[in-house]
Design a protein around this ligand. Structure first.
Ligand code: SAM
Length: 280
């Protein structure tokens, strides 16, 4: 019997439902319910919020979110084998867990959620990064979500919170820090997962700012920053050559030296450059 609810322990759930971990789906499960409840607490006060959970798997974090008082959890899971285990959780918390079988990159969850909405997930690395970028770059702000509490490889988490001048500073840092306040709230060794991944992990918590720190168009900023860091060793006048024919003038107008490298450019200057590029 676990400490957080009266459902069976996760090892038993996995054995009962034959949920052997599949590498192709990035399945590294969290089986310690005290740990999943701790991650759920990092998501903030859940009692008045709907929570979108991506990739619930056997439901460790789902149980944490529900036991910590989430008003409703909407969970999107690609692996149909997990659905019976999730149905048992839904029975234990009547009316509070809805599960959609599908690919989170394709399903639109918004019809099933009521604001305020928080997002929590322990996802495969590539899916997590792609979703994070989507959640950070809608045309309008504020977004549908109030906060994101996401597990990443430690190295990716460090890229999200990185500052200019560091190796980890890049597109993720600029996009995350432009419209959100981002911090690493928990570090986890490989042994916290079953099976253990090769690398350490960390939970990043992002709170959506009421408005972006500096004015810029999301699509333009995103493509300028992607191009700048794609060739991060090059000077910006070369890295951004394809962005506009007079890119040197635009860099200067944005207060950036054309000979600088992307790593040295602070968020505010990237936003100024996006505004210059958007002038057409
Ligand atoms: N949240 C569970 C936990 O913490 O134990 C499982 C975590 S496991 C790292 C990732 C989960 O995401 C798996 O259950 C996997 O099947 C699911 N998944 C992988 N790709 C997905 C996708 N594109 N859409 C939805 N779920 C996905």
């Amino acid at each position: 019997m676990s400490a957080i609810d009266d459902l069976p322990p996760l090892r038993e759930v996995i054995a009962t439902h034959g949920l052997s971990a599949r590498k192709a789906l990035g399945q590294n499960f969290l089986l310690d319910l005290n740990l999943t409840a701790k991650i759920a607490r990092q998501a903030g006060d859940l009692s008045g919020s709907d929570v979108l959970e991506i990739g619930p798997g056997p439901g460790g974090l789902t149980r944490g979110l529900l036991s910590e008082g989430a008003r409703k959890v909407l969970a999107i899971e690609k692996d149909a084998r997990c659905l019976p285990a999730l149905a048992e959780i839904a029975d234990r918390y009547p009316g509070r867990l809805q599960v959609i079988e599908g690919d989170a990159l394709e399903v639109d969850p918004l019809a099933h959620l009521t604001a305020p909405i928080r997002v929590a997930a322990n996802l495969p690395y590539n899916v997590g990064t792609e979703l994070l970028v989507r959640w950070l770059t809608p045309p309008d702000w504020p977004p549908f979500w109030q906060s994101l509490t996401l597990m990443f490889q430690r190295e990716v988490a460090e890229r999200i919170v990185a500052q200019p001048g560091s190796k980890a500073y890049g597109r993720l840092a600029v996009l995350a820090q432009w419209r959100a306040e981002a911090r690493i709230v928990l570090s986890l060794p490989p042994g916290a997962f079953t099976p253990p991944p090769k690398v350490s992990s960390a939970v990043v918590h992002l709170n959506a700012l009421p408005q972006p720190k500096f004015d810029a168009d999301a699509a333009v900023l995103s493509s300028v920053v992607a191009a700048a860091f794609n060739q991060r060793r090059k000077m910006l006048r070369a890295a951004l050559k394809g962005t506009a024919p007079d890119i040197e003038d635009r860099l200067i107008a944005a207060g950036i030296k054309p000979t600088d490298r992307a790593e040295q450019v602070p968020l505010e200057a990237f936003c100024a450059l996006a505004r210059e590029v958007a002038k057409g």
